[in-house]
Write a protein that binds this ligand. Structure first.
Ligand code: PLP
Length: 274
């Protein structure tokens, strides 16, 4: 497996990042996960822009989007897989313990893993912890994902693949690595980014392509929604057929099935929607 590290392709087994890299020591870094099909990364331009926005939010120097694009292309060309998970990591770089970040400039890593298509349906749980809708990191895709790791582990213990958070004022927010949509009286809704969720790229395209409404929703909407689905880069649109103890049918409901169809068609027709 070849990865990109600081300006060149290298063997993943021998590539080395400093043990004093700020991404490792304090989680001072940002990342993107992209879906790659047949050597092309889906919605690359949107992911590059979000990477830059997250880096700015952390006070990191702007990544050179052309370089990151070249790195993605090089990694995809060097590792042909039918369906891949492309990961861009950009950190504050290394510096001796106790000194400020970035003396040697940021670290850029691009790597690829082969992945499988996700099932059309899944189960979720809600967790008692909250997303902060007004924090310094709200809306930034930083490498500080430990809270998501803990929530996801709880979901897996309970036979689910995703955990859903409310924000600090009790509104539905998002999952550990996905956005959430609900159907109420036949209409599709998703929490607004002001709820504290990540501005998911799949979410934005789904809103644009289906006309879903961005609505403040209390967490208990999950107990009465006719349908629930998740969106993310690797899930695309995925129906939730069980949330906590509540069963919602055994397959995608009609609104979800339509959103899945629309997403698949539009994404195939426009691989890098701007
Ligand atoms: N919310 C969080 C916290 C995420 O980490 C992700 C994806 O990584 C998403 C939502 C979904 O975003 P996207 O559709 O861009 O993958």
């Amino acid at each position: 497996m070849k990865i990109w590290l600081d300006g060149e392709l290298r063997d993943a087994d021998s590539a080395r990042v400093s043990v004093f890299d700020h991404g490792l020591t304090v989680g001072d870094g940002v990342f993107e996960t992209l879906k790659a099909e047949d050597g092309r990364a889906f919605a690359l331009t949107r992911h590059l822009h979000r990477l830059t926005a997250s880096a700015r939010g952390l006070g990191l120097p702007d990544p050179d989007e052309d370089e990151v694009r070249r790195a993605c292309d090089a990694v995809l060309a060097a590792n042909p897989v039918p369906l891949g998970r492309l990961r861009i990591t950009y950190t504050g770089g290394h510096s001796p313990l106790g000194s400020d970040r970035g003396e040697a400039g940021p670290t850029l890593v691009v790597a690829l893993g082969e992945t499988a298509r996700r099932p059309d349906t899944t189960a979720t749980i809600t967790v008692p912890w909250t997303r902060n809708e007004r924090g310094a990191l709200t809306g930034l895709k930083t490498t500080s994902y430990a809270e998501n790791v803990v929530a996801l582990a709880r979901a897996r213990q309970q036979g689910a693949s995703e955990a859903l958070f409310a924000n600090t004022v009790g509104q539905l927010c998002e999952g550990t690595g996905s956005n959430v949509f609900v159907v109420l009286d036949g209409e599709l809704h998703t929490p607004p980014v002001e709820s504290g969720c990540l501005a998911g790229i799949t979410r934005a395209l789904t809103v644009e392509w289906t006309g879903a409404k961005e609505t403040d929703l209390p967490l208990d909407v999950l107990e009465r929604a006719e349908e629930i689905f998740l969106t993310s880069t690797l899930r695309d649109v995925q129906a939730v057929t069980r949330n906590d103890g509540r069963q919602l049918g055994d397959g995608p409901g009609p609104v979800t099935a339509k959103a899945m169809r629309i997403f698949a068609e539009r994404a195939a027709a426009d691989f890098d929607p701007r």
